[in-house]
Design a protein around this ligand. Sequence first.
Ligand code: SF4
Length: 473
Amino acid sequence: MSEKFSATLRIGDLNDYIAPSQGCVVSLKANSNRLEKSEGFGKVGRAAKPSVQSEPVKISLKDCLACSGCITSAETVMLEKQSLDEFLSNINKGKAVIISVSPQSRASLAVHFDISPLQVFRKLTTFFKSLGVKAIFDTSCARDLTLIESCNEFIARYKLSQSTDGEGSKLHLPMISSACPGWICYAEKTLGSYILPFISSVKSPQQTIGAIIKNYICEKLHIRPEEIYHVTVMPCYDKKLEAARDDFVFNVDGDGEKITEVDSVLTTGEVLELIQSKAIDFKDLEEFPLDKLLTNIDEEGHLYGVPGSSGGYAETVFRYVAKILFGKEVENPLNFKIIRNSDFQEVSLEVDGKTVLKFAQCYGFRNLQNVVRKVKMGKCDYHFLEIMACPSGCLNGGGQIKPRPGQSAKDLIQLLEKSYMENVLVANPLENPIIKGLYDEWLEHPGSEKAKRYIHTEYHPVVKSITSQLQNW
Ligand code: SF4
């Protein structure tokens, strides 16, 4: 595949691959609910009472510690490129706007409107196309690619750990999942270099679908990547931080122009805010056909994907490795055992009386701090850790729709868990025809050089620049 992108702009070619928006009859009034820019960090400065008046401290996304202190509050509107205003201002500006919706956001809207995830997806397609969006895709599709790459990476690490003696064998495992930017941010900024080699190099589903769209889809359709404005709908604000990472920016033709895999991230709550600002009855919207190019929808119109509301990493890798390395078909669903609490569960596989696989799901900062302490001391006997920063995982992300008055967070999570796979077929990522096509036409095979280039990333210990500046105040 050529490294150069064609200069020929043919955004109209997208029409061959996506459901047309003609016939989308909903009338939406102009956005009347503009968000005000926050001056939240100014309040920090006043509270600190600096003794010396000097240059104002500039704070960017890179300074965020993912501590949830500001980034998950209403003051997040300071993220200028990641707002509803920015999204709306990019519609009808000549770029093809593409939206990728996470299954967790789909579930949150489904519970809020008391309809199925498929209905939500179809109505969102109607809604966004009415606004001028070109295509709406599903990040579960890209997640299947990340799962296959994760399985491949785990097998390579497992084999290395078995073939390396002594301390060397401890360098490769546990492999730690990398889909949660809250966890990645914490690891890079608080834990530092000892933990980073253990984190899977596979990008998250958000960045993977960004890489697919801005590289493969653009090249396939002869569209320049700068002519696409790609937005994701996600359950948390930390995804905005992830999209802003330098690692997910690339150059076109070496001319210095920066292309971001994901141009903007909207939370589920922001999408609800947008729907409400248009004063429409979402439940009454017609249900538009889905764009199949990057959406897990079968010929009969059923959504499909892996179970596991935080991505299903531990379960998918465990199932795959048990079969490939040990010839074992494991039970379905997997029998996770609660260890400390429902957010810390493990599953293991024994062969000839020996534990050959031991995986854990570890959600929430309290649990993850305990387990990374063991990794640091070399006393962690897990082979794989699915770490997620939020208690209860992604369905409980800070960007999801809040509980209704009188509804407890626990009750809402139960409804979300139930809705997440409602009428969604459980399917093996390895059998996903879209992903097979991506390997055939683009990436060649799991773990290939191209897969490493486009679907994998690196992590870096980060100096807490804002902290050091605050110390001088
Ligand atoms: S666990 Fe929370 S912070 Fe991490 S990706 Fe999921 S919603 Fe975002």
